[in-house]
Ligand binder design. Structure first.
Ligand code: GDP
Ligand code: IMO
Ligand code: MG
Length: 424
C-alpha cells in the first residue's frame, strides 16, 4: 500500500519537517490533514533553512504535488505570505499546490478571540499560538464556519461573513470589551485574498484518491503531536484537531483501508511549548543546557520550549493510538554531552505505579516519574553517517527505547541537515 502517515509522537516539534522532507524524495503527494499555521516545520538544506507553517514540507522537492486537505484550517494571509516567501527563495509554487475547497478559513476574529480568551483565563491559560486555530475549529463544529468553496462564491461569502460578524462582534464587545471588525474592511481584504489563492483551490479529496488509484505514493504530514490531539492528548492543554493518524482519513477524505503504515517521529528526549502537565520536565540546570544545545525555541512563536527526559509512557500511548509500526528518533546528538541519561518507564501516584497513560490528566500534575538510568556516550555524533559507527552506548540507549516502546527504529537523526540521518 503506497501511503504513509507521519505523525509526531510527543508534544510536537519532534522534527517532523526534516523527516517529511527526507521521505518526500520517494513520494508523489505530500498532504497536510489538520492544524493550521500553528505548526512550524523546519527543513534545513545546506546553509538554507525553511520553516513551513501551512504548505507541506514536500514543496522543497521538484515535481511533487503538495496538498492542504479539508481538515486544515487556513489563514489566507499566512498562506499567501508563505507562498510568496518560498517563491522569493526560488522554490516554485503553482500547480504543485492544491488547497481543499472544504478547508475552513481563519478570520481576524478567530485570532482575536483566541488571544482575548487566553488573557481572560489568566493562570489557567492553554498557552496557544494565538493563531485562531481553536476558535476556527469551534465554528467548524458549530456549523457556522466559512470554507474555501464559500470564498469562491461572492454572494454566499458576503452573506456568511455578515452573519458571522454579527455574532462575533457581539461576543467581542460584550464579553471582552473589544470593538469588533468592520464588514466592509474584512470583505475587501478577503476578496483580495480570493484573487490570489483561487488558482490553488480544488477538490483535493478527488485528487488524492485518484492518485492512490493510480498507484502514486502519498505521504500524509501530521502537524503538532499525539499529546496535543484533542481526544488523546493532555486535554484541555491540547490543540483543537486530531493530530493522530486517524486524522489523516477525516482530514483528507481517504478511507482507513488505504493507509499503508504509520511512522512516529520521536525526539530522543521530550519537549513541549505552552502550558499543561509535563511529568519528566527538567529542573533549571538541565533545562538550560538542553534548550541551548537543542535550540529549543518555537519555530512559530519563538517561545522557549520546555524540555525533559524521554517519557516512554507517552510514546507507548502514541504507538497504540496511532498504530505506529516504526519510529524515527531525532536529535540524538543533543544528548552527546550527558554522563547519565534517564528514561521514564512509569508514573507513581499515591503509592501506585502506572505503566500506561492515565485518562485522568489532573493526575499527571501530581505523579512522580519512575526512571531507569543509562550511561551516556560523551562524544560528538553529528558527523556520523552510518548507524554502525554510533558509539556503543548510543546504540544501547536507542535499543532500550525501542524495546520499551516495543517498536522498531527505522531512522536516527543526529543533526538538522538532510545528510545527518542514519538509516537502520
Ligand atoms: P516539527 O514541528 O516536528 O517539524 O519540528 P520543528 O521544526 O519545530 O523543530 C525541530 C527542530 O530541530 C528544527 O529546528 C530542526 O531543524 C531541528 N532538528 C531536527 N532534527 C534534528 C537532529 O537530529 N538534531 C538536531 N540538533 N536538530 C534537529
Ligand atoms: P508543530 O507542527 C508544538 C501547542 C501550543 C499550545 C497548544 C494549543 O510545529 O509540531 P493552538 O495554537 O494549537 O491552539 O495551541 O498546542 N502547539 C504546538 N506545540 N508544536 C506545534 O506544531 C504546535 N502547535 C500547537 O503551544 O500549547
Ligand atoms: Mg514545530
Amino acid at each position: 500500500m503506497p501511503s504513509t502517515v507521519v505523525i509526531g509522537a510527543q508534544w510536537g516539534d519532534e522534527g517532523k519537517g526534516k523527516i517529511i522532507d527526507i521521505l518526500s524524495r520517494r513520494s508523489d503527494y505530500i498532504v497536510r490533514y489538520q492544524g493550521g499555521n500553528n505548526a512550524g516545520h523546519t527543513v534545513v538544506i545546506g546553509d538554507k533553512s525553511f520553516i513551513l507553517h501551512l504548505v507541506p514540507s514536500g514543496i522543497l522537492h521538484k515535481g511533487k504535488k503538495c496538498v492542504i486537505g479539508n481538515g486544515v484550517v487556513v489563514n489566507p494571509a499566512a498562506l499567501i505570505d508563505e507562498i510568496e516567501g518560498l517563491q522569493k527563495s526560488g522554490i516554485s509554487v503553482g500547480s504543485n499546490l492544491l488547497v481543499s475547497e472544504e478547508a475552513h478559513l481563519i478570520f481576524p476574529y478567530h485570532w482575536k478571540i483566541d488571544e482575548l480568551r487566553e488573557i481572560a483565563k489568566g493562570k489557567g491559560k492553554i498557552g496557544t499560538t494565538k493563531r485562531g486555530i481553536g476558535p476556527c475549529y469551534t465554528d467548524k463544529v458549530a456549523r457556522c464556519g466559512i470554507r474555501m468553496a464559500d470564498l469562491l462564491d461572492d454572494k454566499i461569502f458576503r452573506s456568511k461573513l455578515k452573519e458571522n460578524l454579527k455574532e462575533k462582534n457581539a461576543i467581542l464587545k460584550r464579553v471582552y470589551g473589544f470593538k469588533g471588525y468592520s464588514f466592509d474592511k474584512l470583505y475587501r481584504k478577503y476578496s483580495l485574498y480570493r484573487k490570489k489563492i483561487r488558482r490553488y483551490i480544488t477538490d483535493t479529496t478527488l485528487a488524492v484518491n485518484k492518485a492512490l488509484d493510480e498507484g502514486k505514493r502519498v505521504l500524509f504530514e501530521g502537524a503538532q503531536g499525539t499529546l496535543l490531539d484533542v481526544d488523546f492528548g493532555t486535554y484541555p492543554y491540547v490543540t483543537s484537531s486530531n493530530s493522530t493518524a486517524g486524522g489523516a482519513c477525516v482530514g483528507t477524505g481517504v478511507g482507513p483501508a488505504r493507509i499503508g503504515k504509520v511512522v512516529g517521529v520521536v525526539k530522543a528526549y521530550t519537549t513541549r511549548v505552552g502550558e499543561g502537565p509535563f511529568p519528566t520536565e527538567f529542573s533549571d540546570r538541565l533545562m538550560g543546557i538542553i534548550r541551548t544545545k537543542g535550540k529549543e525555541f518555537g519555530a512559530t512563536t519563538g517561545r522557549p520550549r520546555r524540555c525533559g527526559w524521554f517519557d516512554a509512557i507517552i510514546v507507548k500511548h502514541s504507538v497504540m493510538v496511532n498504530g505506529i509500526k516504526e519510529i524515527v528518533i531525532t536529535k540524538l546528538d543533543v544528548l552527546d554531552d550527558l554522563r547519565v541519561i534517564k528514561i521514564c518507564t512509569g508514573y507513581k501516584h499515591k503509592g501506585k505505579i502506572y505503566k500506561t497513560f492515565p485518562a485522568n490528566i489532573e493526575m499527571l500534575f501530581d505523579i512522580k516519574p519512575q526512571y531507569e538510568e543509562v550511561p551516556g556516550w560523551l562524544c560528538d555524533t553529528t558527523g556520523i553517517t552510518n548507524y554502525k559507527k554510533l558509539p556503543s552506548n548510543a546504540k544501547k540507549y536507542l535499543k532500550r527505547l525501542s524495546d520499551i516502546v516495543d517498536t522498531k527504529i527505522s531512522m536516527v537523526s543526529v543533526g538538522s541537515d538532510r545528510k545527518q540521518t542514519l538509516k537502520l
